[in-house]
Design a binder for this molecule. Structure first.
Ligand SMILES: Nc1ncnc2c1ncn2[C@@H]1O[C@H](COP(=O)(O)OP(=O)(O)OP(=O)(O)O)[C@@H](O)[C@H]1O
Ligand SMILES: [Mg+2]
Length: 862
């Protein structure tokens, strides 16, 4: 049985039918109400009470107060919902219900209220194409940033998306299904909307947007999908999109997701900002700068000239101490110019947004003055971008009151003298106050009631209030209006007439001010391109300044990025570890890699010695240099790097649903076929995730492959596999290094110094003891170690690991531990056997050959 719905509910159902995939916030009085499935879902997600509307039909319902809308909205958005906001538009008509309309649809990627946004990060909507040719487009509607990128593989697409960190995804139907587990993981928990390809194709790309790719470009569909989605949900925001830029992967130093994660660039492996590279180097003071720094680190340049230009700018600011100081005040006061501009573009700004815009534009002129006449090319270009906003600052200042009210319908928005009509109405209203005061005096005299008051109340309007004690003195022309506990309130014809005039004047002024404000706001749109340019300039200057501050504070030096292929770092430090330990506690180290010198550096040393720190520090210095920053080193000469590959640690990544070893091998495979002569490879304990011999064999083979690769990449390889140090005997460009330690009274002292040669032993047991492993366990470990060291392998080539306990236990047949030298000898002997022709040999010759071969084989096996 279905009960007939009330008119309001019929209206609800009709509107909801057009926004099926959204939660509908249905405004009813002071609340946004939700019904049916929406109510069930929202009450759960928001943790609010579920009630029911209309007891009989029992419609589930829940609601949130309108003034707290944004807080609830942001909660839903963060959980991946879309919300359609339906407002009451007009007073009830004949049918007795309000006309209602959806005013906007808010989605995770298209959200504008500050509560829902991270001021220092972007909020990207990503349009993706998970079929070849792969592509994505990223749009931040709060700042107007928009770019697209074509990718060769789904892996590359996943890497690009990982760096973008979109809040929401859209795709054309049929293009939204990733096939790799990484692709799938990216979409997990995120809203993905599929759009009809025909609808997107039919959507006319808005005119005036520069850079829209042509129909044969892989990004054609994703760029249009992003715009179409914006048009569907926030059409006003389309007007602020001026251009879409193409991002070409090859113009940036490439880092895949693993590199970004394991180098802990934006967050630590445990997911915190503190302890990341960004945390250690960020000295930006504006939201634009914070977002831009993140973007620069995510996509370091691969262009010697442009990198040098950034370094020039940082160098100039570093030396100009006074300029840095005088820039700091206006920078600290600078707000989010980009987001203010985008509010203006979308007709969302109120009077206070406009005065804030003015204040920031005024701040820009202070910044320009402080900057003076810079030499560096980037600084000059930034200065050009900042522009001159004096005229518009004057225009706003001469129009708006200071500070204006938050809304433009409340009156008092404009300064006296701006508009004659507003002034006239204001005079009337202020004059009205005087009239009321006069009336009060007059009525007191007339009635003889000393305590008589003229007052105003929002519900009842103007009144004359008389306390109960004097009620008998009230004249006949007073009309009773309201009774209070201790007083009565009256109205008189004169007061009634006055009330009408005041109300008309108030309404008239509000209407006039609204009209004026909207006109002002509209006229300000012409400055938007200049404001966006200035916001970009401020962001860039902020990052350059941040690099200079960083360098000044920590003694960073200017790196030279050149067209060569060598990496030379003198007294390099790890930016994050140094920040945590303090400058004096950190021991600097050198690093030299080159295709013709050391291209494979094998680093051994005890646990906790600093191997991982050292190899990461080299990668981070390279990255910072390419991003335009100075680096924690006395000297750094870096041949342009095209890619940093990492394979660090064997941390289990259960969230990926793959075993440690699989992940490791997959990533290693990607490294092996992705290197060039400009690639830096950082390997930390590759092979650790499986049994010792398998692991060692793989580590060896990987190191050898990279060393022998005709691409000649530069490789830093930290390992606990001591046997790997033998690789230098067969790989001409491999060199051993170790972290120096000293033993003193049974303790080890970490010197943190990287020296040539391999480490003498692994010291793992000492470290275990320091870490508090029980003495008995430590002792047992020492025994086993002795066993191992005296006879590492038995006759069958199996490990004697179990020592005294081995009796009865059979070791698994491990992959044979190989020595390349031995293998080479064997091969040579075999070759000789194959070639020799016994029928031509004398018996003596044959015997001698046999003795020689046997000798060689025996020698090779040791
Ligand atoms: N150059 C250095 N100067 C001062 N302290 C350092 C330096 N390098 C590393 N350390 C300190 O040593 C700690 C351990 O370093 P790291 O993790 O690099 O060691 P490791 O050799 O990789 O150890 P494991 O073999 O256990 O992985 C760091 O957390 C840091 O506190
Ligand atoms: Mg380590």
């Amino acid at each position: 049985m279905t009960l007939p719905l009330t008119p309001a509910m019929r209206q609800y159902v009709e509107i909801k039918s057009r926004y099926r995939d959204c939660i509908l916030f249905f405004r009813m009085g002071d609340f946004y109400e939700m019904f049916f499935e929406d109510a069930l879902r929202a009450s759960r997600l928001l943790d609010i009470a579920l009630t029911s509307r209309d007891k009989e039909s029992n419609i589930p319902m829940c609601g949130v107060p309108h003034h707290a809308r944004n807080a609830y909205l942001s909660k839903l958005i963060r959980q991946g919902c879309k919300v359609a906001i339906c407002e009451q538009i007009e007073e009830p008509g004949q049918k007795g219900i309000f006309r209602r309309e959806v005013s906007e649809v808010v989605t995770p990627g298209l959200v504008f209220s500050e509560e829902c946004l991270d001021a220092r990060g972007n909020n990207f909507l990503a349009a993706v194409r998970f079929v070849a040719p792969f592509a994505c487009a990223a749009l931040d509607a709060t700042t107007g940033e928009f770019f697209h990128e074509a990718c060769d593989t789904e892996e590359a697409l996943a890497d690009a998306l990982f760096r973008i960190a979109p809040a929401e995804f859209v795709a054309l139907e049929g293009e939204g299904n990733p096939t790799t587990s990484r692709g799938k993981r990216l979409l997990e928990g995120k809203l993905l909307t599929l759009l009809s390809p025909s609808a997107v194709a039919a959507f006319p790309a808005p005119p005036g947007i520069e850079g829209i790719p042509s129909a044969d470009h892989p990004s054609w569909g994703v760029v249009r999908a992003a715009l179409y989605y914006l048009f569907l949900h926030q059409p006003a925001a389309l007007s602020e999109i001026g251009r879409v830029a193409e991002r070409e992967g090859r113009r940036y130093l490439a880092m895949d997701e693993t590199a970004v994660r394991t180098l802990e660039i934006f967050s630590t492996l445990s997911g915190e900002r503190k302890g990341s590279l960004l945390w250690a180097v960020d000295r930006t003071r504006t939201p634009m700068g914070a977002r831009m720094l993140r973007a620069w680190l995510a996509a370091p340049l691969q262009d010697v000239e442009r990198i040098g230009e950034r370094h020039d700018a940082v160098g100039e600011l570093l030396e100009a101490h006074a300029i840095r100081k005088s820039l700091s005040t206006p920078f600290d006061a600078m707000g989010d110019l980009s987001r203010l501009a985008s509010r203006l573009a979308q007709d969302r700004s109120g009077p206070r947004d406009v005065t804030a815009l003015r204040d920031h534009l005024e701040g820009i002129s202070a910044i320009k003055t402080a900057l003076g006449e810079p030499y560096a090319k980037r600084l000059q270009s930034v200065k050009g971008l900042l522009g001159d906003h004096a005229a518009v600052v004057d225009r706003i200042s001469s129009a708006l009151a200071d500070p204006p009210p938050p809304g433009y319908r409340e009156g008092g928005v404009f300064r006296p003298g701006y508009d004659a009509q507003v002034d006239e109405l204001t005079r009337l209203l202020t004059h009205g106050k005087e009239m009321l005061a006069e009336m009060e005096v007059r009525e007191r005299q007339r009635t003889g009631i000393g305590g008589l008051k003229v007052g105003y109340n929002r519900v009842f309007g103007y009144y004359i209030e008389v306390t109960r004690a004097h009620i008998d003195k009230v004249p006949a022309d007073y009309i009773r209006k309201q009774t209070l506990a201790n007083a009565e309130r009256f109205i008189t014809p004169e007061l009634k007439e006055f009330e009408g005039r005041v109300l008309r004047a108030q309404e008239g002024r509000a209407a006039r001010e609204e009209e004026l404000f909207l006109a002002l706001r509209d006229s300000l749109k012409e400055i938007l391109p200049a404001v966006y340019a200035a916001a970009g300039g401020i962001g860039e200057l902020d990052v350059l300044l941040s690099f200079a501050e960083l360098a000044a504070e920590n003694g960073y030096g200017r790196p030279q990025v050149n067209g060569g292929r060598e990496i030379l770092i003198e007294n390099g430090r790890h930016p994050v570890v140094e920040k945590i330990l303090g400058k004096h506690a950190f021991v600097p180290n050198d690093c030299r890699l080159s295709p013709d010198g050391t291209r494979l550096a094998v680093l051994t040393g005890p646990n906790m010695a600093g191997k991982s720190t050292y190899i990461r520090q080299a990668a981070l210095i390279v990255l910072l240099a390419h991003a335009g920053s100075f680096v924690p080193a006395d000297r750094a000469e870096i041949g342009l790097v095209d890619r940093i590959f990492t394979r660090i640690g064997a941390s289990d990544d259960l969230s990926r649903g793959e075993s440690t070893f699989m992940v490791e091998m997959r990533e290693t495979a990607r490294i092996l076929d992705g290197v060039t002569d400009r690639t830096l490879v950082v390997l930390d304990e590759v092979g650790r995730g499986t049994s010792t011999y398998d692991g060692l064999s793989i580590a060896w083979a990987v190191a050898e492959h990279l060393h022998d690769s005709p691409s000649r990449p530069k490789v830093l390889f930290a390992t606990h596999f001591h046997e790997l140090t033998d690789i230098v005997s067969t790989c001409a460009n491999a060199r051993n290094f170790h972290v120096a330690v000293r033993e003193w009274q049974g303790e080890i002292i970490f010197l943190r110094r990287i020296d040539e040669g391999s480490a003498s032993k692994s010291y793992g047991i000492q470290v275990a003891r320091l870490a508090g492993l029980p003495a008995s366990v430590v002792e047992r470990a020492r025994d086993i170690l002795k066993n191992l060291e005296s006879a590492e392998y038995n006759e069958d080539g199996l490990p004697t690991l179990a020592g005294a306990r081995a009796a009865g236990g059979s070791a698994n047949a491990q992959m044979e531990l190989f020595s390349r030298r031995a293998r080479k000898d064997e091969d040579a002997v075999l070759e000789q056997v194959r070639r020799c022709e016994p029928e031509r040999l004398s018996p003596l010759d044959a015997l001698m050959r046999l003795a020689e071969w046997k000798g060689r084989l025996e020698k090779g096996a040791t």
